[in-house]
Design a protein around this ligand. Structure first.
Ligand code: 5AD
Ligand code: SF4
Length: 468
């Protein structure tokens, strides 16, 4: 049994980890043939991609995947810790699974992902949720077959507090046949004061460039049109492995594979350098779409958040990107109601938003996370004030989404076709700048990249028709 421990997660000592190739002992192959798994994923793209690996592993064990929890033999929750409501949703589903288990005693219930890394969650499960068969951490989910087997006997808690080995060649069942996530770096070393990720995902570990490029080559052979290079902070790629090979060089090498579309997320402004911007501008297959979280426009709050930049520095980077990368769309994340945020601080955020006119923005009310430094800060801002700030911010950002979309009416954009909607002859897909486009056309191949003439702009999507 391994239990999570935030002191260990926070400690500065370097943990030796090894790169290993995944292998499954033959005794596990089809061990659970015809059993059914209900897998629920919460949170970010990183979790979505972990779930694709979890599916890959469980399919080798013989599991089929179903959407109906009532018929499941295994209920598995891949959880998120980023805000309190993610916790609440997962505990809500655990309650439902408990109810199911009352009439189906051999139902297996497991919890993995970021919540598994939290002491407070694991203690609650051990004390109050004896019906949960296993808890398995983000660093060791590849041990699922062994832990599942052991949990048939008694509750298993297997959570490494710091990074485990870096596993290559994990089985994967990807959700899309055209768009793929490719991890390039795990964990984060930034320790922003509000954020739980460095504790739940461990320290920065980059994958070797050869492994990444091999994965991209294989995706191209399988007909994939788009890769998204994933990491909590992709701009730190390579720092732990190489002297002269960073995200800039990696993007360039991936661009040279000629895969039609490359995206990457998420970026920390502090690690974004000119060379990266130059490479993005140079290669047409690197999409001109950058997610650049700002979090706040107030220098005082940015400092308390430990973000390592000022409003001015962020704006300089922002404008450089807009200048150097033609038609670049920039999206962001913003937190309102950080402890002690004053009306003046909030107005600084609004003034930044008015200057940046983001193409997209994910906005959140600050949620205290136990174990992070910000959770200990005094906070005299009321819930109502925080809600009002979020409302006001959303009104403004939404107006800019529409304003940016309006500029595309009458223009032609390139769209990767992802599917056909319920309405006959209506397709949907995403533009290079990551905008959802619904469009009409005849006999269009799903997975192809087509030109679409934009006729109407809405706040979160655009309508158009395929060009002849
Ligand atoms: N409260 C609210 N939002 C948070 N985020 C991260 N931690 C918290 C928190 N404690 C937001 C940040 C980050 C995004 C993924 O989630 O904006 O960029
Ligand atoms: Fe969290 Fe992102 Fe800051 Fe890392 S850079 S600590 S993931 S907000």
């Amino acid at each position: 049994m391994h239990l999570p421990d935030f002191k260990v997660a926070r400690s500065n000592n370097k943990i030796d980890y090894k790169k290993k190739e995944y292998s499954l002992a033959s005794k596990y192959l089809n061990k659970y043939k015809d059993k059914k798994c209900f897998l629920k994923t919460y949170g970010c793209q990183m979790n979505e991609h972990d779930s694709e690996n979890i599916k890959g592993i469980l399919e080798l064990l013989g599991f089929d995947f179903i959407n109906d929890i009532d018929n499941a033999d295994l209920v598995l929750l891949n959880t998120c810790s980023i805000r309190e409501n993610a916790h609440n949703k997962a505990f809500g589903l655990l309650g439902k699974a408990k109810h199911l288990k009352e009439s189906k005693r051999d139902l297996m219930i497991g919890l993995c992902g970021c919540m598994a890394q939290e002491e407070i969650v694991v203690n609650t499960i051990m004390e109050k949720y004896p019906f949960v068969n296993f808890v398995i951490g983000t660093h060791n989910f590849y041990q699922l077959p062994e832990i599942l087997e052991k949990s048939e006997e008694k509750q298993q808690i297997e959570v490494y507090s710091r990074e485990g080995d870096l596993i290559e060649s994990l089985p994967v069942d990807r959700t899309s046949k055209y768009k793929a996530y490719v991890n390039i770096i795990y964990g984060c070393d930034k320790f922003c004061t509000y954020c739980i990720v460095p504790y739940t995902r461990g320290r920065q570990r980059s994958r070797e460039k050869e492994d990444i490029l091999k994965e991209v080559d294989n995706l191209i052979k399988d007909g994939y049109k788009e890769v998204t290079l994933l990491g909590q902070n992709v701009n730190a790629y390579g720092k732990d492995l190489y002297d002269n090979y960073s995200l800039a060089e990696l993007l360039e090498d991936v661009a040279k594979t000629n895969i039609p579309r490359i995206r990457f997320m998420t970026s920390h402004p502090w690690d974004f350098n000119d060379k990266m911007i130059e490479v993005i501008a140079k290669y047409p297959n690197i999409m001109p779409s950058i997610h650049l979280p700002v979090q706040s426009g107030s220098d005082r709050i940015l400092k308390l958040m430990g973000r390592r930049y000022t409003k001015d520095k962020y704006l300089t980077l922002f404008h450089k990107m807009k200048e150097m990368i033609p038609n670049c769309a920039i999206s962001t994340d913003i937190i309102v109601g950080f402890p002690g945020e004053t009306e003046e601080d909030f107005l600084e955020t609004l003034s930044l938003v008015k200057e940046c006119k983001y193409d997209n923005a994910y906005t959140f009310i600050y949620s205290p996370r136990v174990g992070t430094p910000a959770a200990k800060l005094p906070d005299n801002v009321t819930k109502e004030e925080k809600e009002q700030r979020l409302y006001k911010l959303n009104e403004i950002v939404n107006a800019y989404f529409k304003e940016n979309n309006d500029k595309l009416v009458g223009k032609t954009v390139s769209v990767l076709v992802e599917g056909i909607s319920d309405k006959k002859n209506e397709y949907y897909g995403y533009s290079e700048t990551n905008k959802l486009i619904n469009f009409t056309g005849d006999n269009i191949e799903i997975g192809s990249i087509v030109d679409v003439f934009i006729t109407t702009a809405k706040t979160w999507s655009l309508d158009g028709k395929a060009s002849e």
